[in-house]
Design a protein around this ligand. Structure first.
Ligand code: SIN
Length: 295
């Protein structure tokens, strides 16, 4: 597949480059990669995740993950073993840090159940967030497999590029945010006993080298170096900015689809518009190996 590299002007002024200028377009010859939007997301086809992948496929999927921030796969009837084998290519699998969670454990300690039906009072992840940013080393990535989806649509997941959101900030705002840190308090979402950590507001992705905004509505309580009212105003601007449609894509689930996102440069939010229908699947997470790096 050949990628296109686009340069265009956003409606809010700053030019946005769809791909980093220092990353030449990649030709994928062992998988097929179809971009889902200008800034984030790609669907991977010509791959069977119920089998061992070749070294070339693994290398191309890893490249696509860093480049596109979230990968989508269709028609993959995976078992727990398949799920774990594929996710483990990206690092050590980890456990949820939340004290009280809506998702549930399964018989396998590394696999969590994400199941919602007519008895559900809430679902996980209805606001923009990156997973468990309250952890000292937040998870590198999360891989959600849904085997059952609502019959007449609904239950899509939205993904936003925090790179594109950063790139679109004015130089003055980038300078203002540089060097600030924020508190991410897990108790806001998962109750007492969940970790609380401080991370830089602007981070640099360890693999792509790109800068992104690392605060989110779910976990971030305040910017440490600012007075409370200023922190609230800045965070509220950043949340609105990250959630803009211009750098988001929307994934429509079908049965046996997978979404695999990079928590270091993407935020996501799940839509609960399908009650009382069923949406059901399993998620694993790949552990981070270091705290986020200041950008
Ligand atoms: C989550 O991980 O926050 C839930 C995502 C989803 O169910 O689409």
């Amino acid at each position: 597949m050949t990628e296109t590299t686009a340069m265009f002007t956003s409606t809010i002024g700053a030019p946005i480059s769809a791909r980093t200028p220092d990353q030449p377009a990649t030709r994928y010859s062992h998988i097929t990669v179809t971009s889902a939007s200008p800034h984030i997301g790609a669907e991977i086809t010509d791959i069977d995740l119920t089998r061992e992948l070749t070294a070339q496929q693994i290398s191309e999927v890893k490249d696509a993950f860093v480049r596109y921030q979230v990968l989508f796969f269709r028609d993959q009837k995976i078992s727990f073993d398949d799920h774990i084998r594929f996710a483990s290519l990206f690092g050590t699998l980890g456990r949820h840090v939340g004290a009280q969670t809506i998702s549930k454990p399964t018989e396998h300690p590394l696999v969590r159940k994400f199941h919602y039906d007519e008895t559900s009072q809430r679902i996980s992840g209805e606001s923009w967030h990156s997973d468990q940013s309250c952890a000292p080393f937040p998870p590198l990535g999360s891989m959600l497999y849904n085997h059952t989806v609502p019959p007449d649509g609904g239950g899509d997941t939205m993904f936003a590029s925090t790179y594109a959101a950063y790139d679109a900030l004015s130089d003055r705002m980038k300078a203002y945010l540089s060097g600030l840190t924020a508190t991410h308090d897990g108790a806001r979402v998962f109750g007492p006993g969940t970790p609380k950590s401080s991370h830089p507001v602007i981070i640099r992705h360890p693999e792509s080298g790109r800068r992104g905004i690392f605060v989110n509505w779910d976990f971030t309580s305040h910017i440490n170096e600012l007075p409370r009212s200023e922190s609230e105003a800045v965070l509220s601007f950043l949340y609105r900015h990250i959630g803009r449609d211009e750098w988001a894509c929307r994934f429509r689930w079908r049965p046996h689809s997978i979404a695999f996102w990079d928590n270091r440069c993407a935020q996501h939010k799940a839509l609960w518009d399908y009650w009382p229908n069923v949406r059901s699947g399993f998620r694993v997470q790949i552990e981070g190996t270091a705290p986020p790096i200041a950008g």
